[in-house]
Design a protein around this ligand. Structure first.
Ligand code: NAD
Length: 309
């Protein structure tokens, strides 16, 4: 038996990429899980409350009395969408989050784990990103996550809630077929015997973290009662060219590359200091080769399943 056995956990966005993997892990630990999402969790055995968290009545329903904590994943997750619609992004990422936090306080829910991002820190050139750097987000997406980190800080300080934010790196792994990030684009290109566009020469460094390592970090944050922001990455940065090579390896496809001019604001490097997470007991289990090997079989198995994959 673990501390999760019988624990009542609300997972917002639990039908999404990270959410589905987290829900599976929580069920393995014998937790009682409720998912709040715009769509039901694909496993009908998982209790889902379907609704828009921007609606106060939906929030009022999902934050049930007696729950042990909330893992808040639901968000506008696309940087591009946040640029196109900063108001809707604020409504969900900040206002709905503030509403959930307040309900958690009033209903004495002791834990709140927020999915944040290293985009809160902004462009630091080639410097290593740690939790100690000032927050200078460059997009509405990063700004809304930074704003909610501030709210969590206040709720931890004033009300003693264990409210911590995990700043995820680029997450990849099984179950991300519906996403538009670079790993699924590589998988789609391989499946279609097509190529991909790469901004610049592909030497820009990124930290790609496997979804199972992200789930490990969420469970750790819950267990330890994390009440501050913490960076969650693989701890090893690789170039976009390295990622393409790893995709070629696992798919056996050539995946030709067309280089296009780098977008304005494209960061030259994302190098993460994960020592705070390691000090708490976090140990990333996947490197790029082992992680990418989990993506292609899942992608092929879920071909044709559409967005519910
Ligand atoms: P996802 O898009 O796969 O899942 C998000 C889920 O939230 C979806 O199931 C969606 O239906 C739900 N949702 C969206 N709007 C909602 C609303 N108004 N009401 C109720 N539910 C709503 O995204 P993901 O990759 O699993 O990301 C989860 C969290 O992690 C997000 O907060 C995201 O910002 C954060 N994050 C993700 C990454 C990454 O690389 N995937 C990196 C950094 C941070």
């Amino acid at each position: 038996m673990t501390e999760f056995a019988g624990a009542r956990v609300l997972v917002t966005g639990g039908a999404g990429f990270i959410g589905k993997r987290l829900v599976a892990a929580l069920l393995d630990e014998k937790a009682e899980v409720v998912v709040a999402d715009l769509r039901p969790h694909p496993d009908p055995a998982v209790r889902s409350i379907v609704g828009d968290l921007c609606d106060p009545a939906v929030r009022d329903t999902v934050v049930e009395h007696g729950i042990d904590g909330i893992v808040h994943l639901a968000a506008v997750t696309s940087v591009l969408r946040s640029v196109e619609d900063p108001v809707a992004t604020h409504e969900l990422n900040v206002e709905a989050t503030a509403g959930l936090l307040e309900l958690a306080r009033v209903r004495e829910v002791p834990r709140f784990v927020l999915a944040s991002t290293n985009a809160v820190t902004g462009d630091v050139g080639s410097a290593t990103i740690s939790e100690r750097l000032p927050l200078r987000p460059l997009t509405p997406y990063g700004a809304t996550k930074a704003a909610t980190e501030m709210l969590l800080s206040a709720y931890s300080a004033v009300y003693g809630m264990k409210a911590g934010a995990l700043r995820f790196a680029n997450v990849y792994g099984p179950g991300m077929r519906h996403k538009d990030s670079f790993v699924p684009r590589l998988m789609r290109a391989a499946a279609a015997d097509a190529g991909v566009q790469v901004y610049g020469d592909g030497s820009q460094l990124r930290d790609y973290v496997h979804v199972d390592d992200v789930v490990q970090a969420i469970l750790l944050a819950w267990r330890t009662g994390l009440a501050e922001p913490m960076i969650v990455g693989s701890g090893t940065s690789v170039s976009v060219n390295d990622l393409i090579d790893a995709a070629r390896q696992v798919t056996g496809k050539p995946i030709p590359v067309t280089h296009v001019p780098a977008k304005q604001g494209e960061m030259p490097a994302v190098v993460l200091d994960i020592s705070a997470a390691r000090a708490l007991g976090y140990q990333p289990l996947h490197d790029l080769a082992s992680g990418m090997a989990t993506v292609w079989p899942d992608f092929m198995a879920s071909q044709g399943e559409g967005d519910a994959a």
